[in-house]
Design a binder for this molecule. Structure first.
Ligand SMILES: C[S@@+](CC[C@H](N)C(=O)[O-])C[C@H]1O[C@@H](n2cnc3c(N)ncnc32)[C@H](O)[C@@H]1O
Length: 241
């Protein structure tokens, strides 16, 4: 599932995380895997003192531009800065790291609470429609060997426990992906990996037709498209005692 969506899609998610973790003026926040700094900017707008890190130097440069008062560094989230911080955030991060348990444990060493977000399960996210529409022209999907993904709530709870932590609070947020019209849906898809792969086999017109056909139930009365996607937030703390 792509993390990419129309501009602004993450705002409800960021607001929910910041609310759940009680981030406000003066909160010392560590943003792990900060990407281009969108969540960091939302935190800074509430008066938080933001420190961010990401493995991607380009993302760190963008984060610095987005939050000039923040402190950002290129680095590996398995080895976060010592802080101390009031809150560590792992927003849309855990599915990308080599060792999510180690990341959670390290985050909890430098902050008493850690806010984690993940996508909902596939059936809870309308963006699955893109993959479904293009499936005839994509390599068949096999269920990967190994444990379930972190999008499985039971798996996420297990990882938290393996890190020696406990879930203090949970929340679910729906983030709509809103597209003004058909072109706003199709153009980014044709530029993305699965769109390019399918178009190489059947051409852009067939891709467009298949996607718009599959998205018909998501058409709005204004002629746009709205895909509703679920995200889960868990606020994690060290276990008492
Ligand atoms: C899906 S993006 C999320 C970015 C940001 N948190 C957001 O929500 O917009 C995941 C980010 O994690 C970063 N990342 C993945 N593994 C990492 C690691 N081991 N150390 C630091 N950053 C990492 C990637 O470079 C990427 O920017």
């Amino acid at each position: 599932m792509s993390e990419e969506g129309p501009a602004g899609w993450g705002e409800p998610l960021y607001a929910a995380v910041l609310g759940l973790a009680g981030v406000g003026a003066g909160t010392r926040l560590l943003d792990l895997g900060c990407g281009p700094g969108l969540f960091a900017a939302a935190a800074a707008a509430r008066g938080a003192h933001v420190t961010g890190m990401d493995a991607d130097p380009g993302a760190v440069a963008a984060a610095r531009a987005a939050v000039p008062d923040g402190r950002f560094a290129v680095g590996d989230v398995h080895d976060p800065p010592p802080g101390p911080f009031d809150v560590a955030a792992a927003v849309q991060l855990l599915s990308h790291v080599a060792n999510p348990v180690a990341v959670l444990r390290a985050a909890a060493r430098v902050a008493p609470q850690v806010a984690v977000t993940v996508w909902g399960q596939e059936h809870e996210c309308d963006v699955r429609a893109f993959g479904e529409a293009l499936a005839p022209w994509l390599p068949s999907r096999r269920t990967p060997a190994g444990p379930p993904p972190v999008t499985d709530p039971a798996r996420l709870a297990k990882l938290v426990g393996l890190a020696g932590l406990e879930v203090a609070e949970r929340a679910e947020v729906v983030c709509p992906f809103d597209y003004a019209d058909a072109d706003a849906v199709v153009a980014p898809l044709l530029a993305a990996g699965i769109g390019r792969m399918a178009a190489a086999r059947v051409g852009q017109a067939a891709v467009r037709e298949a996607v718009l056909d599959r998205l018909a139930p998501h058409r709005t009365s204004a002629g746009g498209y709205r895909l509703a996607n679920l995200f889960r937030i868990v606020l994690v703390r060290r276990t008492a005692g």
